[in-house]
Write a protein that binds this ligand. Structure first.
Ligand code: SF4
Ligand code: SF4
Length: 129
């Protein structure tokens, strides 16, 4: 794996770590699977194969028929943030309002982390050409 790929993986992880506390107990979507949908798992699977040559395994829960989400484990999603970009970027307040209400510093950091990902994904794309 190249330096740029490693940095890109870390940048996605940083964004995921930043949004995780906002998707904990105060989650606004009271369904057990929150805002996850099978369609997003399918998108992640396609992205992983096409852009990272990765073939993530389906979760045991999914294989037992306990969830509609092929990558959902007991403690949340089993695949790393860079393989599921749509899910990693998503935060419902950002998506609906464009910012986190009453939290300008958190919002600023969220967009800085996204910008860093954009830079690295572009470098990764150029490196592959
Ligand atoms: S993005 Fe919103 S709905 Fe989804 S887990 Fe986070 S707080 Fe809940
Ligand atoms: S976060 Fe994971 S389980 Fe949820 S929709 Fe995305 S890939 Fe599927």
């Amino acid at each position: 794996m190249t330096r740029i790929e490693l940095d890109t993986i870390q940048a996605w992880q940083n964004l995921s770590d930043h949004t995780a506390p906002k998707c904990g107990l105060p989650c606004q979507n009271h369904k057990p699977e929150r805002c996850c949908e099978p369609m997003f798992c399918d998108m992640a699977e396609e992205h992983a194969q096409k852009h990272w040559d990765a073939f993530p395994l389906y979760s045991a829960r999914y294989l037992r028929g306990e969830t509609r989400l092929k990558f959902m484990g007991d403690q949340g999603c089993l695949i790393p943030p860079h393989l599921r970009p749509s899910c990693s970027l998503h935060q419902c307040m950002i998506n609906s309002l464009g910012f986190m209400l009453h939290e300008p510093a958190w919002t600023r950091k969220y967009f800085e982390l996204r910008e860093k990902i954009d830079e690295l994904e572009l470098k990764r794309y150029e490196e592959k050409q």
